[in-house]
Write a protein that binds this ligand. Structure first.
Ligand code: BG6
Ligand code: MG
Length: 223
């Protein structure tokens, strides 16, 4: 592992790290799975985290063996339906939906001169950040529409370092999803997982909750 003193930037996932929107994504996808007749399982739920909208839809259709029942046009309309449901949940969000410790952590990064970027697969990130009142921290956001491949491919975390003008070794990526940890590791950055070892097997550093996400704890884990 690289030394803590080499770290210059932090690249954040959004859903499930900064705020609990992963619960909203899950709720909206679960409804869609019921509609197309795909049985909902914990594995499917975990596997969808971090995955782009169309890739998620395809995973759900594949899991139910119903991919061939829908035209491309119908798939787009299913994805839109899910997104409308998701946005109706996001609409009710306020700064109270920021996960514990995140605001303090962001402030500590700013006051210690670290660079910050966002590497979320979500096209709704700007809306969510604005609802949370966190837009000012994220002037560097990777546009998921610019990606050739979504998570678990390293591309999004590579771009998260590039927009900060940093090398991957100088960056820490923070994720709640297995696909995201794989993306960070593939990019050659240090991965911090938020959650349990069961799902985040390959995280370099693991914290059970965002409350534990502090510069001191990261430093201790790295040195
Ligand atoms: C990721 C979420 O951050 O964004 C996924 O973990 C979601 O659950 C993906 O599917 C895409 O989000 P959106 O908002 O563009 O549909
Ligand atoms: Mg996430």
């Amino acid at each position: 592992m690289v030394k803590f003193s080499d770290i210059k930037g932090f690249i954040f996932d959004l859903d499930g790290v900064i705020t609990d929107t992963s619960v909203y994504h899950t709720e909206a996808w679960h409804q869609l799975a019921d509609k197309v007749g795909t049985p909902w399982t914990q594995d499917l739920e975990d596997g969808l985290k971090g995955i782009s909208r169309m890739d998620s839809l395809n995973m759900i259709l594949d899991a139910g063996g119903v991919s061939n029942n829908y035209t491309e046009e119908e798939k787009v309309s299913l994805a839109n339906e899910k997104n409308d449901r998701y946005l109706s949940l996001v609409n009710k969000m306020t700064p109270d939906n920021i996960l514990p410790g995140i605001k303090e952590f962001l402030d500590s990064l700013v006051s210690n001169g670290y660079s910050i970027s966002l590497a979320s697969a979500s096209k709704n990130s700007p809306t969510v950040l604005s609802k949370l009142g966190l837009t000012k921290y994220f002037s560097n956001v990777v546009d998921p529409a610019s990606l050739t491949n979504g998570k678990p491919d390293p591309e999004i975390y590579q771009k998260g370092a590039q927009i900060l003008d940093l090398k991957p070794e100088q960056c820490i990526g923070i994720e709640d999803a297995e696909s995201g940890i794989e993306s960070i590791n593939g990019a050659g950055e240090t991965s911090v997982g938020i959650g349990s070892r069961d799902t985040l097997k390959d995280a370099d550093i693991l914290f059970a909750t965002t409350k534990d996400l502090t510069l001191d704890n990261i430093k201790k884990a790295m040195n």
